[in-house]
Ligand binder design. Structure first.
Ligand SMILES: CC(C)(COP(=O)(O)OP(=O)(O)OC[C@H]1O[C@@H](n2cnc3c(N)ncnc32)[C@H](O)[C@@H]1OP(=O)(O)O)[C@@H](O)C(=O)NCCC(=O)NCCS
Length: 236
């Protein structure tokens, strides 16, 4: 599907189509895929992987090619980068997320087309909607974020998992451009719970914006977070 919603949408009315702004193609699938669907170079990257991992990877590539097709893009291999990052064809960006047999892939054009804005990066993550261990909370969240978590205790949502997911989606959004490793606590997240949105404050990396905008969704026991780096996002 091509996502068509750009405005902030109240929590109860949101669906996967509204995770990204206009011009982003989002494909989600749960059923399996097989290694025979892969291009030779993709297959080579999976040569030593288990069958389960090969199927997970193949499902991601199938969704990615479907997302590119929705954008009128080419049917090509999406090789595995040096740091496991998917290498999208020239003129496209995207992101792949896996969780428990579920796969979601977003892709967009890097140049403006048909009235859609240019997009520099996309990040997508999917996690089980369950709380993190106490130890992991300390790795993921700053003291300020932990204070905010304490203020939301009892509202029934796994906010710590949402911090984890939001930061992972921001990392996936930036990495193909920066090739810089980031720790969770290098990024700060503030949620707008009323609109299912969040803002990520980033460390100053050359050529990247100081903030990224994201949206999240909790559905069918999964948390999904989506981050978009729009061409016009301010750079420091
Ligand atoms: C990118 C990363 C966070 C993804 O974690 P994960 O648990 O594998 O997440 P998911 O299973 O949802 O996503 C896997 C997909 O992410 C994509 N991905 C992997 N590494 C990536 C990277 N460096 N940049 C962008 N996308 C990446 C791949 O498409 C992968 O699927 P595939 O191997 O089938 O193609 C992890 O691989 C990583 O590099 N971690 C080191 C950095 C880190 O953890 N920093 C802490 C803050 S995020």
């Amino acid at each position: 599907m091509i996502v068509v919603a750009a405005a902030l949408i109240p929590v109860g009315e949101r669906s996967e189509e509204q995770l990204f702004p206009e011009g982003v193609a989002l494909v989600t699938r749960s059923e399996g895929a097989d290694a025979w669907e892969l291009f030779p170079e993709e297959l080579r990257a999976m040569a030593r992987a288990t069958l389960a991992r090969q199927r997970e990877f193949a499902l991601g590539r199938r969704c990615a090619r479907e997302a590119l097709a929705l954008l009128g893009g080419p049917r090509v291999a999406i090789p595995v980068g040096r740091f496991r990052d998917p290498v999208w064809p020239f003129g496209y960006v995207g992101s792949i997320a896996h969780c428990q047999g579920f796969c979601a892939v977003a892709a967009a054009r890097t140049l403006p087309s048909s009235g859609y804005p240019a997009i520099r990066g996309l990040g997508l993550d999917s996690e089980q909607a369950v709380s993190l261990s106490e130890e992991l909370v300390g790795v993921v969240c700053s003291a300020k974020e932990c204070e905010w978590l304490a203020s939301r205790q009892g509202d029934g949502l796994p906010w710590d998992r949402l911090f984890f997911c939001a930061k992972k989606s921001a990392y996936k959004c930036l990495f193909p451009t920066t090739h810089r490793f980031l720790e969770f606590r290098d990024m700060g997240v503030r949620f707008d719970a009323g609109h299912g949105a969040f803002d990520v404050t980033l460390p100053s990396l050359y050529g990247t914006p100081s903030h990224l905008f994201g949206r999240y969704l909790i559905r069918n026991g999964l948390v999904l977070s989506a981050t978009t780096w729009m061409e016009e996002s301010a750079c420091p």
